[in-house]
Write a protein that binds this ligand. Sequence first.
Ligand code: GTP
Ligand code: MG
Length: 533
Amino acid sequence: MTITQEIQRRRTFAIISHPDAGKTTLTEKLLLYGGAEQLAGSVTARKNQRATTSDWMELEKKRGISISSTVLQFDYDGYRLNLLDTPGHKDFSEDTYRVLTAVDAVVMVIDSAKGIEPQTRKLFEVCRQRGVPIFTFMNKCDRPMKEPLALLDELERVLGIGAFPVNWPIGNGADFRGVYDRQTRLMHLFERVVGGKFRAPVSVGGLHDSEIRGQLDEATFLKTVEELEMLEHAGEIFDDAAVLAGKSTPVFFGSGVNNFGVQLLLDGFLKHSPAPKSRVMGGIEIAPENPAFSGFIFKIQANMDPKHRDRIAFIRVCSGKFDRDMTVHHSRSEKKVRLSSSHKLFGNERETVDEAYPGDVIGLVGHDSFGIGDTLTTDPKILYKEIPRFTPEAFSYLHNPNTGKYKQFRQGLDQLLQEGVIQALYLRNSSIKTPLLAAVGPLQFEVVQFRLESEYGAESRLEAAPWSVVRWLPTDITEDALDALSLPTGARLAYDLGKNPVILFQNEWSANYFNETNKNTPLSALPVQSVRE
Ligand SMILES: Nc1nc2c(ncn2[C@@H]2O[C@H](COP(=O)(O)OP(=O)(O)OP(=O)(O)O)[C@@H](O)[C@H]2O)c(=O)[nH]1
Ligand SMILES: [Mg+2]
């Protein structure tokens, strides 16, 4: 296969939504239908007893929510898929947003009973800004759902995106029977299978096929026919260009847990989603076919495999070909490094990979100097600046109650900071050695404490810190100028991990007051990035 053929068969996408809409469940089902697993992970109604491929972390299993994104690579129908399941909870949105920089399309999952929820809306905005094509899966049609037309209307009204129903639900809630595929004009009626572990048996036929007709009650049949006629009258056609431009979203209905409509989503997605495209960095266009290998690190995760206790840097390949053992330029250290330990990933399982192409996400092991956002390339002129930063809104000290375990505590915390699980700040002119953690949301504290304990055997104790707002000072401000600042009551000077100066304020009001009274010291609400970061 030529490099162009390899690129054209790659599909790299994330599954996004508000918490609990069914992303992880759908991920498992895509693996089932994609033939990547014989049995989809046993997703049971009892949330605390789940064992899914993509929620492998101890705390994820315990809480039944996704905390960290997961990469799954598999082949299906001639395609190579790189699928990323993301956490929905807003406290983990840093992780989700980083993943969005690494994909070429997204599947947005919506709970059909609830419609568009706040976090879906935020994630949608990020996709729109980045111009990422969006495919919509209206999930949980097996539960009393909103009217499908109302759901489409909501997409158009709330998100301001055109919505094209590729298929249409037949029945609703307990009577949900399947979907009508508008492209092929065929009805797909599914049977429920206990536990949803195997592919759902399906009968396919035309709308007026006697066998299909016989399976539907009069009311459901008439409602479906009427709605389909309405859609036909509207006369819209599938517009690939609008989808690729992020102006319109193809909509699929179904039920992940029941395996209804999953195959149609998978096939429809593969048919219409884009292969890896060029990226523009600092005005230069880098095409995937560019002979230079390049990619960037968007995620770091330690201790994925308890047997190995190492850390994996996840890189999205953007151009050229990756070969194991190749030597590349590492942007942060400006040094040459040899990439000898490279892996293909499937949840927390990994397998050595010898080559990779644009679109692929691979894991690199054994490089402590790698950080999130770093570029690896054979052409040092290429530098990706993709990774967004977030403003923390929650601050807490993290104490080590057990001095005998100081080493484990410190090592664990340093590792988690490098992973970007949470941020840390250092108070200026302070003798306090207790780390001050800064999080986008408080659940991040819980993850840090849990992982310190379970992965490093280190206990910890949280103590709320008196600030709720952080602002960045100009990076070129001198130490003397910092000494001369007059801060509002309760405010403190500190440094972030990149040694950039910040001010911690007790509240928004206090930050605004400082702004008013120090016009020549502009503050930034967004983290600044110094050159080497
Ligand atoms: N009735 C019904 N329940 C579903 C369906 N799909 C998923 N669920 C249930 O919805 C709950 C949440 O599912 P998950 O797949 O964990 O949701 P998620 O979007 O990954 O959640 P986070 O990652 O925590 O944001 C689970 O109890 C699933 O069994 C569906 O099609 N119908
Ligand atoms: Mg999940």
